[in-house]
Design a protein. Structure first.
Length: 433
C-alpha cells in the first residue's frame, strides 16, 4: 500500500501542480475582469455604442475563447461566465460569437436604454429606395466574412438592374470588407464602378483594430480571388492581403474622398463627394458605423498637419502636437505622444473635467501633467490652426501654442441625416438582432 501511495503521489504531484497554476491564473484573470467592469460602470461607459455581443449565461461554460478572440479586450470572464466588461471598446466585428463553442453569444444592436437606428434593408440588400443598397456594418453586419459576402451578393443584385446611360453602374462607398468584395464583383461582372474611401487606407473598421490582434476567424470567399485560405489572421496580415488583392486584380480605390450627398437624377443618382460628383445607376453603401470624423469647423482645419486618429506615436517624435478631445481615445493619444523623446504634447478639451473616461487613463494623465509631460487645457476650444501654431480660447482669452501637428479625437458622425434626406427608412433597435 505504501508503494502504491508513493507511486500515486509521483504521478499526481505534477498534475496537481499544473491544476494549481491553472486555477491561480484563472482566478487572477477573473479578478482583473471584475475590476475592469467596475471601472467601466464608474466611468459611465457601460452602454455599448453599436453592434455588440450578448452572452447567454445558461449556455456559457466560461471557456475564455471569446476573450482570446476579441481584438479590443472588451470581454472578460467573471464567476465562470463571459461578460462584456468594456462595452465602449467593442466594435461589433463578431469574432467572439464565431469563436464560442456552444453558440452562447449573439450580436445585437442597442440596449433597452439606448436605441440605435439601423437602415431598413431587403434580402437582396436594397433599401426602400430602389437603386440604393447597403452591405456590411452599417446594415448590421460586423463579421468580416459575412460583410464581404454581403458585398458580393449586393453587387450581384446591382448587376441585375437595367443598365442606362449613366457614367457608372455603381458607386461603392467604403473600402472595408464589404466594399472590397463588391468592387471585385463589379470587375468580375464587367460593371463600370467607382470605389470611394474617405480615409487613406483600406480595411474600414479593421484598420482601427489594435495591433497584432486577430481580426477574422472564418475563411472568406472573394470574387476573382477565391477563398482566403486562413481561418485566423492578424490585422496586419489581413490588411497586407487586401493590398495584394488590389495590386493583382487592378482594383481602383479613390482614397481621401468622402461622400457628402446623394441626389436622385433621371433614373439613377448623383453621388457628390469632397472631390467631385459621380452619375450612377446604383449606389452601394459599404461604410462602417464609425462614421466620418467629427470636425472642429475652424479655419486651418484643412491643413495637412490635421488628422483624426493617431496611427503611430513615433512618427511625431520631436514635434509639438495638440490633441483635441475629452474621451479615452484622446487621452490615450496624448499619453502615447508624451512618451516619445522630444515630443511636446498638449491636450485641449472644452469640458471642465474628464468625466467619461476610464479611471486608469485619468490617473495616468494626471501623473503625466504633474510631471509636465503633457500640457492639459480644460475649458478650451480651438479657434484656428496655422502652419506653425494653433490658437485656442481658454477662459475667454486667446492663446497661441507653437504647433507642428493636430490630432482631433472628437468621435464620428454617421451619415444618417444624409440617408434620411434621400428617403431611406430606419428602424430603432433596442437590444435586438
Amino acid at each position: 500500500m505504501k508503494f502504491i501511495s508513493q507511486e500515486l503521489l509521483l504521478y499526481l504531484g505534477p498534475l496537481l501542480a499544473v491544476f494549481g497554476v491553472y486555477f491561480f491564473r484563472r482566478t487572477r484573470a477573473h479578478a482583473q475582469h471584475k475590476e475592469q467592469l467596475q471601472e467601466t460602470v464608474e466611468a459611465g461607459l457601460a452602454e455599448p455604442v453599436s453592434l455588440h455581443p450578448v452572452i447567454d449565461p445558461n449556455r456559457c461554460i466560461g471557456s475564455s475563447s471569446c476573450v482570446s478572440a476579441c481584438p479590443e479586450s472588451a470581454i472578460g470572464v467573471i464567476h465562470g461566465k463571459a461578460q462584456l466588461v468594456n462595452p465602449s471598446a467593442c466594435s461589433g466585428h463578431g469574432a467572439c460569437a464565431a469563436s464560442c463553442p456552444l453558440e452562447a453569444i449573439k450580436l445585437v444592436f442597442g440596449t433597452e436604454r439606448r436605441g440605435i437606428d439601423i437602415p431598413y434593408v431587403k434580402p437582396n440588400f436594397e433599401t426602400n429606395v430602389p437603386g440604393i443598397f447597403i452591405a456590411g456594418e452599417l446594415g448590421g453586419m460586423g463579421l468580416i466574412r459575412k460583410a464581404a459576402e454581403q458585398g458580393r451578393q449586393a453587387i450581384g443584385s446591382i448587376k441585375g438592374l437595367a443598365r442606362g446611360s449613366k457614367d457608372y453602374d455603381a458607386v461603392i462607398v467604403g473600402a472595408g470588407p464589404a466594399g472590397i468584395a463588391a468592387a471585385l464583383g463589379a470587375i468580375q461582372h464587367k460593371l463600370k464602378y467607382v470605389l470611394l474611401e474617405q480615409e487613406d487606407s483600406l480595411g474600414g473598421t479593421v484598420y482601427h483594430y489594435p495591433r497584432n490582434k486577430v481580426a477574422m476567424t472564418a475563411p472568406v470567399q472573394l470574387p476573382l480571388v477565391g477563398k482566403m485560405k486562413f481561418n485566423e489572421v492578424s490585422k496586419e496580415t489581413l490588411l497586407e492581403f487586401w493590398q495584394g488583392v488590389v495590386r493583382r486584380t487592378g482594383l481602383k480605390v479613390r482614397f481621401n474622398e468622402r461622400m457628402e450627398a446623394i441626389e436622385r437624377a433621371g433614373g439613377g443618382f448623383v453621388v457628390k463627394t469632397t472631390r467631385g460628383a459621380y452619375n450612377a445607376r446604383a449606389v452601394l453603401l459599404a461604410v462602417g458605423r464609425r462614421g466620418s470624423p467629427r470636425k472642429l469647423g475652424v479655419p486651418g482645419e484643412e491643413l495637412p498637419k490635421v488628422v483624426y486618429r493617431l496611427v503611430d506615436a513615433e512618427q511625431y517624435r520631436g514635434q509639438r502636437v495638440l490633441v483635441v478631445g475629452g474621451g479615452d481615445s484622446a487621452l490615450e493619444a496624448a499619453l502615447a505622444l508624451s512618451e516619445q523623446p522630444g515630443t511636446k504634447a498638449a491636450l485641449s478639451y472644452r469640458g471642465a473635467a474628464f468625466d467619461r473616461v476610464k479611471p486608469k487613463n485619468r490617473e495616468r494623465l494626471e501623473a503625466a501633467a504633474a510631471a509636465k509631460r503633457i500640457q492639459v487645457l480644460l475649458g478650451s476650444t480651438v479657434e484656428r490652426i496655422g502652419a506653425r501654431e494653433a490658437v485656442l480660447k481658454v477662459a475667454g482669452t486667446s492663446i497661441s501654442l507653437p504647433n507642428d501637428a493636430v490630432i482631433v479625437c472628437a468621435g464620428g458622425v454617421l451619415p444618417i441625416d444624409l440617408l434620411r434626406k434621400v428617403g431611406i427608412d430606419f428602424e430603432t433597435k433596442r437590444g435586438t438582432e
